[in-house]
Design a binder for this molecule. Sequence first.
Ligand SMILES: Nc1ncnc2c1ncn2[C@@H]1O[C@H](COP(=O)(O)OP(=O)(O)OP(=O)(O)O)[C@@H](O)[C@H]1O
Ligand SMILES: [Mg+2]
Length: 251
Amino acid sequence: MTLSPSSLLGSNREKPCVQQVFGISGTGKTVFLCETIRQAARSTDFGPKHRFVIFDVKHEGYETLAPPKSSTSEALKKIDKEKVLVIHPEMDTALQELNDLINFLFDSAKFDKEFSATLILEESSTFIGSTVGSIPPTVKRFATQGRSLGLSLLLVNQRALSNKWTDTQSSSITCFRLARPDAKMLNDRWGLDAEQMDDKLSEKKFSFSHFDLETLSLSYYDPIQIPEVRRPIVEKKKRRSITSIFKNPFI
Ligand SMILES: Nc1ncnc2c1ncn2[C@@H]1O[C@H](COP(=O)(O)OP(=O)(O)OP(=O)(O)O)[C@@H](O)[C@H]1O
Ligand SMILES: [Mg+2]
């Protein structure tokens, strides 16, 4: 299957609901995801009640989609109207906010059959460690029960996650340039010749590959084209400034 906004961000009731995105810093993950979400948000492949939620502890890279919200509760106030929500949580409350967000998405999907959502968890190693026990129960619930409710989860990381449990729940990995030690791990886990793959990715800056974990097929992609105008999905509210009530005397 070729990679498309709906295959990457949509839910598929026949596949595990997690997909993973890896690549060292600055290799183009966020740009790729940001533009893929922009396309998806305008596509009819996603219903009017689909929401794209980016939970980003790094606070960078998705601002051209929607004005970031400082917490889950701020974001949820707008979920009725806004198709894309970018959340910039504080680190010390991030886990609780993630739990609240996932619980909300679950409850909404159960309550309204037309509601569906894609959660993009940036730097997910902040929350997910290397053992089965080191995954928040809400994330586990999302990964195991989400697909029947139209929920899907994208885990984004600079290093390949080394958690066997998330592997069992994942249907694909999208790879940008890798850290070399990760190449060996990907080989051990999935038989992927990741060193050869990384050599190929090194030929073209910001290119990436997609590995389907069910069919074990590997495809390479050219760098995403950044549009000249990165039109937001959610416009920033213009605040009437106090000075705007005064007329400019020279026009
Ligand atoms: N497809 C592309 N075409 C042109 N420039 C790109 C492309 N992808 C990324 N860049 C440039 O590289 C910079 C870093 O990319 P990006 O923020 O996507 O990296 P990242 O993999 O998300 O890094 P980090 O792990 O640090 O978040 C971007 O700000 C942009 O200037
Ligand atoms: Mg990034």
